[in-house]
Every structure is written in structure tokens, then in C-alpha cells.
Design a protein around this ligand. Structure first.
Ligand SMILES: Cc1ncc(COP(=O)(O)O)c(C=O)c1O
Length: 385
């Protein structure tokens, strides 16, 4: 057996290492010129007006909700099929995350089930571009206009993703990206909030650094001044120049990384096409898929093993798999705090039992991909009903 293929690995090459060392040697390691450069390059890449770099995708989501004025008692509509960060940020305001079921094939929020959850308290919708595929933004923006709601896109998985030939990053009021270690580009930890609205941008900049008025990060260099004013009760969410150095180098490779992810996804899909026990990801025709995740669905009625056993067997054979996601309504916190029940989300509850995320990242070799395919096929063949 070959050595273990982990579920995810970042691809950090000489260029990144050199740029990070340069940042360390520069004498300016916290927020500084490299963060400004990363923001500028990211905004150019997305073709958006403002990009604000922060220390996580979660921080970006929090700042976005603050900027649009979320208040205690408000409600925010989010999918149940997401990571807890999407819901957690809503609770920071003592507001309520209102969960919506997902589509069975794409695992995206079921847009047709959003409207019934809208009421007077609803302030915003956070669509999550699950796995790297865009939600139907036209439909969501239509609801936003009809009910005067803010749209904060959770784009943690969707760099680079296109919806109707335009990059995700400018459709909603604010779009939040993540550069967590497993994401399509990484800064270790990091995030970016993009917006066309200058007021939201200004607010997020100020709140990301203690609520200190503009460009507080400059206060220790020759352009800055010791004198500053705290104009709001802010947060400590600024990105460091060390992280930004990594981000700038990674962003240059974003298209290359994307092509490799797409190649792996296509290889998987072709290989699994003839296996009736496996459903491969469904890709909508309106956009592109960033392939942050490759989620297969097992047809459990055709198998003698369940999903957990399948993952365990993959692990025994040296392949790390994962599950995206355990829907929020199945977690103790969301059940206890908001009283969610399984039956309210029949699709997510059901599909959760059969989803498996396979490794997909540019560092994988063709041999790794072949090895994974071979083992998926072997396990399925051995455990057919
Ligand atoms: C859908 C989704 N939203 C938000 C986040 C939070 O991003 P970060 O880890 O950068 O805070 C994640 C995960 O990492 C995620 O998967």
C-alpha cells in the first residue's frame, strides 16, 4: 500500500517561501504594504471595487453583517448545508440564523424554499456557493429586491467561480472569501470582503482594526501619526503582511490551481460514470465550478455498507475523505438554541447520510487520482448488495 493521501494539502512552492521570507526581513510583519497590494490584486482579479483583507473568512462575514446593520432580534436566512461559520456570525448579533433546506443534486440552498421563510424580521440572506458552485444569484437578487433584503455571499469555496460569465464577488452587497488552509488559495488563515459599496467598504476597514479611523495601520511608519481616534467599538480582524505575502503569490497561481482541480474533477466524473452506486456532482449550466470540493453521493440501497464504513475503508486503504457538511440543524447547538428538527429539512437530513468528499487539490499527482479511483471502485465492488 502506498503512503496516506490526505483529504487536503496546500501547494506552497519556492515563490511563496521567498515572498514570506522577504516580508519577514522587511521589518513590517503586520498589516502594511503587502496587505494593500494583496487587496488591490484581489480586487483586480475579481473585478470588484473594494477588497478588504482580514484574518479569516468568518471575520469577513462578521464585518459584512455589521456593515449592513444587522441588529439583535433580526433574522438572516442561510442554508442548513454549510459550515457553522455561516450561522455563527449571525449569532454574534443575537440575531437568528433561519435555516433553509438544500437541493438534492447540487447541495446548494433550495432557492424555491427561501420565500416562505421571509418575514418582517428578515434582514439578509447569506447564500453559500457550496463546494465552488454558484447559487442562482438572479433568483436570490430578485427576492432581495422584492423584500428589501441585504445579500452577503459566503464565497468561502468559490474562488474562482463564474455565474453567468461574471466572477462571484460583485453580485450581492458584500461577498466574503476564505483563505483557510484547505481553500483554493491560502494564506494559512485569512479572508477577503469584496463590495461595490464604498460606505460598506469604509465601515469594514474601520471595524476590522479596533474601530480606529482610517489607515490606523500606518501610525508607526513615516507616513503615519501617533494621533488617532477610536470612532467605534471595533474588532481585531486585520490580516498580517506575512499572510498577505503568501496570498499574493498564491493568487498568481489561482487560474493554474483551478485548471488542475477541474482536471481532477473531470477524471473522477469520467471514472465513476459507469458505477450506478455513485452519483457524481451535478453542475448547473449557468456557471463554472471552482471544485473546492468533489462530493459524491453513495446509493446506500445498492450497498451493504454505510457512508461511515465507506470512509473508514478508504482510510484503511490510505485515502483521507471527509463530509461536507453535517447540516447545521443536526448539530446540538443549533437544535438547542433554535429548536430545529430533522423533519424540517428532509432533503439535507437524507442526503447527509450518503455524501462523501473525495480529495481534490493541485498537489495531488495523477497517480494519486488513479489510486483513489481504483480504491473507490474496489470498495464499491466488494460491498455491492
Ligand atoms: C461555507 C464556509 N463559510 C465560511 C467559512 C469560514 O472561513 P474561515 O475558516 O476562513 O473563517 C468556511 C470554512 O472554512 C466555510 O466552509
Amino acid at each position: 500500500m502506498k503512503s496516506f493521501i490526505p483529504f487536503s494539502l496546500p501547494l506552497i512552492e519556492e515563490e511563496e517561501k521567498k515572498d514570506v521570507l522577504d516580508a519577514l526581513d522587511s521589518g513590517w510583519i503586520t498589516t502594511g504594504p503587502r496587505v494593500k497590494q494583496f487587496e488591490k490584486r484581489f480586487a483586480e482579479y475579481i473585478n470588484c471595487k473594494n477588497a478588504i483583507a482580514v484574518n479569516s473568512g468568518t471575520a469577513a462575514l462578521h464585518l459584512a453583517l455589521e456593515a449592513v446593520g444587522l441588529k439583535e432580534g433580526d433574522e438572516v436566512i442561510i442554508p442548513t448545508m454549510t459550515f457553522t461559520a455561516t450561522g455563527e456570525v449571525v449569532t454574534y448579533f443575537k440575531a437568528k440564523p433561519v435555516l433553509v433546506d438544500c437541493e438534492e443534486d447540487t447541495l446548494l440552498i433550495d432557492v424555491g424554499k427561501i420565500e416562505e421563510k421571509i418575514n418582517k424580521k428578515t434582514k439578509a440572506i447569506i447564500p453559500v456557493h457550496f463546494g465552488g458552485q454558484a447559487c442562482d444569484m438572479e433568483e436570490i437578487l430578485h427576492l432581495a429586491r422584492k423584500y428589501n433584503l441585504k445579500i452577503i455571499e459566503d464565497a468561502a469555496h468559490s474562488l474562482p467561480t463564474k455565474y453567468k460569465s461574471k466572477m462571484i464577488g460583485t453580485f450581492g452587497d458584500i461577498t466574503c472569501f476564505s483563505f483557510y488552509a484547505t481553500k483554493t488559495i491560502t494564506t494559512g488563515e485569512g479572508g477577503m470582503a469584496c463590495t461595490e459599496n464604498n460606505e460598506f467598504a469604509e465601515r469594514m476597514k474601520i471595524m476590522s482594526l479596533h474601530g480606529i479611523n482610517k489607515d490606523a495601520w500606518k501610525r508607526y511608519n513615516s507616513e503615519g501619526s501617533w494621533n488617532y481616534e477610536v470612532i467605534e467599538g471595533g474588532y481585531k480582524y486585520n490580516m498580517t503582511d506575512i499572510a498577505a505575502a503568501l496570498g499574493i503569490a498564491q493568487l498568481k497561481k489561482c487560474n493554474k490551481f483551478y485548471r488542475r482541480r477541474e482536471q481532477i474533477a473531470n477524471t473522477y466524473t469520467k471514472a465513476f460514470k459507469e458505477i450506478p452506486e455513485i452519483n457524481t456532482p451535478f453542475v448547473k449550466e449557468y456557471g463554472t465550478h471552482a471544485w473546492h470540493l468533489y462530493v459524491i453521493q453513495l446509493d446506500l440501497a445498492m450497498l451493504k455498507i454505510n457512508r461511515a464504513q465507506f470512509i473508514e475503508k478508504m482510510k484503511e486503504n490510505g485515502v483521507g475523505c471527509s463530509v461536507h457538511f453535517i447540516p447545521l440543524h443536526l448539530h446540538p447547538y443549533y437544535k438547542k438554541a433554535f429548536g430545529y428538527e430533522h423533519k424540517e429539512f428532509p432533503v439535507a437530513t437524507n442526503v447527509y447520510e450518503r455524501i462523501v468528499s473525495l480529495p481534490i487539490y493541485p498537489k495531488m499527482t495523477n497517480q494519486d487520482v488513479d489510486y483513489i479511483i481504483e480504491n473507490v471502485k474496489k470498495i464499491i465492488k466488494k460491498n455491492k448488495r
